[in-house]
Write a protein that binds this ligand. Structure first.
Ligand code: NAI
Ligand code: MG
Length: 391
């Protein structure tokens, strides 16, 4: 059990093993070991990452089917202020050796957000071509949507966000600095290659879900170049997925549909900027940004993929021990599924949902539990629900 989530940061390498010592070699189940880079970084990042690692340890011990070896990296704004760099020289090469990256949040009140985000999170996502950003949202049993009458099951979406270019390609510049005529450009980039790969990924995602329904979000009425290419490529890729029902929504109208008719949606694909905004709306509609996970995937598996909560550093609640760990726990489940541990992933998410249903929720969901209470309740549920079966 976790006594205090405000422990000093974890350092070095830690192996989460699970084999009960009473097992003889012949009864030891085959178990795989995965190497995970943990980067808790700033604000509430370390609180939610630590809580989730403790839960993962308990899951690994209880199920006995996998092991996780965490290497902790202290890449954060504190490191940046000491060394001038978020990621040290050779850092990305080091990261490449891991099977996955488990990330908290980056951002601090005394460093501009574009320096911190581009210094750490985007400095990993973009070189590693984690081009598919996947953001599931649903109303957990036991949690309340602010949408009157919207129940568990009526809001169950996966947002697929283009994660490598678009409005966040980093193209542009500033001229005439400091003059009244100072000019800045932020150029959105849409390449056929990147649009096609994200569309294909989105159709595949929709195809794997029971409703086989994909909504392509666009703004091609006003943006007549990049967004028109986006629509054209979507229509081309759709031909390869006749079993998926597809429709198209302008992003502004999409916000209304998400609020007014949530059950009409299932899988959604949108650009980097559009999906960034829509997924915060999705999280709030499901109850809180504190429950929403995100996966930055390289579907080619050339590079490790990165798993994190959607939320940021949350300066207003840092250090108070009240941050909701559910988003990071759900991200942990997504990470296990990506690593091939679907059964462990399903079990973890079921435990989290049972804990919510039992009313052990943090203040953002209207409860009184602290971070540590939620994590401990999930650990207890894992032991109770799966403990005897694995031994
Ligand atoms: P934020 O997500 O940190 O906070 C927004 C609001 O949601 C705050 O009131 C916060 O208390 C609440 N909140 C967030 N996570 C919560 C949790 N787990 N439990 C309970 N309440 C939670 O967004 P904000 O304030 O816009 O950004 C703060 C910093 O985080 C900025 O520096 C920003 O650049 C950075 N950021 C980093 C991200 C990342 O690393 N992926 C993503 C979003 C923001
Ligand atoms: Mg965002």
């Amino acid at each position: 059990m976790i006594d205090d989530l405000l422990d000093p940061p974890r350092v070095g390498t830690e192996t989460i093993t699970q084999l009960p010592s009473i097992m003889s070699p012949s009864t030891v189940p085959v178990s795989k070991t995965y190497s995970i880079a943990s980067i808790p970084a700033d604000g509430i990042g370390p609180e939610v990452v630590n809580a989730s690692i403790d839960v993962l340890r308990s899951l690994s011990e209880t199920l006995g089917t996998f092991e996780l070896e965490f290497k902790h990296y202290d890449w954060s704004t504190a490191t940046y202020k000491k060394t001038g760099k978020y990621i040290p020289d050779g850092g990305l090469e080091e990261l490449k050796k891991h099977d996955a990256i488990f990330f908290g949040a980056v951002g601090a009140p005394d460093v501009p957000d574009h320096i911190s985000l581009w210094g750490l999170r985007l400095a990993i996502c973009q070189p590693f071509q984690q081009y598919a950003n996947v953001r599931p949202t649903k109303i957990f049993r036991g949690t309340q949507s602010p949408l009157r009458n919207c129940k568990t099951g009526q809001l169950d979406w996966v947002i697929v966000r283009e994660n490598s270019e678009g409005e966040y390609a980093g193209q542009g510049g500033r001229s005439h600095r400091g003059h009244p005529w100072e000019t800045a450009t932020e150029v959105a980039i849409f390449s056929r290659h990147a649009v096609e790969r994200i569309m294909r990924f989105a159709f595949e995602t929709a195809d794997k879900r029971p409703r086989k329904l994909l909504t392509v979000v666009t703004k091609s009425n006003a943006q007549r170049n990049g967004m028109v290419l986006w629509d054209e490529v979507a229509a081309e890729v759709a031909k390869d997925f006749p079993q998926v029902t597809q429709d198209k929504m302008l992003v502004d109208a999409m916000t209304c549909r998400m609020v007014l008719n949530p059950e009409s949606l299932d899988t959604i694909v949108a650009t980097n900027l559009h999906a960034d905004i829509l997924s915060d709306l999705a999280a709030a509609l499901a109850g809180s940004i504190g429950i929403a996970p995100t996966s930055n995937l390289d579907p080619t598996r050339t590079f490790p993929s990165m798993f994190e909560p959607i939320h940021g550093s949350a300066f207003d609640i840092t250090g108070k021990g009240i941050s909701n760990p559910v988003a990071t726990l759900w991200s942990s489940a997504e990470m296990l599924a990506w690593l091939g541990e679907q059964d462990a992933s399903d079990k973890l998410l079921s435990s989290v949902e049972r804990v919510c249903e039992a009313g052990v929720v943090t203040a953002d969901l209207g409860g009184t539990a602290r971070t540590v209470d939620v994590a401990n309740a999930v650990i207890e549920d894992i032991r109770k629900s799966y403990g005897t079966k694995s031994k």
